[in-house]
Design a protein around this ligand. Sequence first.
Ligand code: TYM
Length: 345
Amino acid sequence: MSKPVILTGIRSNEEPTLANYLGAFLPMVNMQREFAGDYQINMFVPDLHSFTTPIDHSALYRNTLNNLKYFIAAGLDLNNPDTYIYRQSYIPAHSELTWILDCFTYVGEMSRMTQFKEKSAEHSESVTVGLFNYPVLMAADILLYDTEYVPVGEDQFQHLEITRDIAERFNNKFGEVFTIPENTKAQMSFIHRDKGLRIRSLTDPTKKMSKSSSDEKSKILLTDDPEGARKKIMSATTDSIGVINFDWETQPGITSLLQILSYLSGRTQDEVNAEWVGKDRYGEFKTAVADAVANFLSDFQAKLAEISDEVLLAKLEVSERAMSEVANATLHRAQVAVGLRPKEA
Ligand code: TYM
């Protein structure tokens, strides 16, 4: 019996942020520590997803490798036999299954995707078909490996739900071709969180911290120099309430900093809140967060410098070969279902 699959991906369009680290890298590494042995862990870079909005293409290949190095620096153990790392574009079944799924996905449901609406407003001069179609490629990424769990941040929940809808629709028409991933509630309880993580922009805490934002002060990059990052935290937008509270509605800036402090210090949110909630010393609080962020970046960057391309490329080659076989087998099931290939005798 093959092991149940946990899968996640992070795009390589821009330098990843602290939010990506906390929302994607860290949960995956913790998951490997907790579940390897019982589960298969697929960690991939959706490089085809990386240019649905304009990017610097000359940096894409390098950024893709760097992204994988970030995972390793975050603690992912490459020697673990249940862990696979790969690049989406190296496994052509992703693109091929996307086309098939496209023909069972409605324009109406894609138009309702929040991320599409937000990003097409941001890049209104060039809204591409790729941006529109993005969630279907994501569905293919998940369904090709019979994935059960997909640890992602809250901003990706809608894409996960649409993946379930597309897979259910396909199965209803053709029989059990795809494994339906668990719903977002089950996903969250699986990774011991009742709510998705949503680290906010440092300059506008009503928005998420986004790596594609052009406002450098809104985000902490994993490559930021620790002193610069410290300054960004010290000047983060908070509020004029004057008392620290954990409340996303009224104090999203302070609350996001409390959350960052909890994750980086390895203490529970309750412990961190017990230390700070009710106090009025915003400056002292920000200094504590800034120290945690600067220390984290120094450690992380030191680890990153030790990872060689050779080790990474060797692991990629083995993983990509193994995952191509799995993906091709699922693609073949879908091709048989829609009549592109003969049914086995
Ligand atoms: P991407 O590359 O935008 O983000 C990667 C991961 O980081 C999480 N994340 C956040 N978490 C908390 N707070 C934030 N401010 C924040 N910003 C980003 C995202 O939720 C995500 O988990 N479509 C995906 C990539 C993808 C994928 C997949 C993921 C493609 N195919 C299949 C899982 C399974 C994306 O754009 O993530």
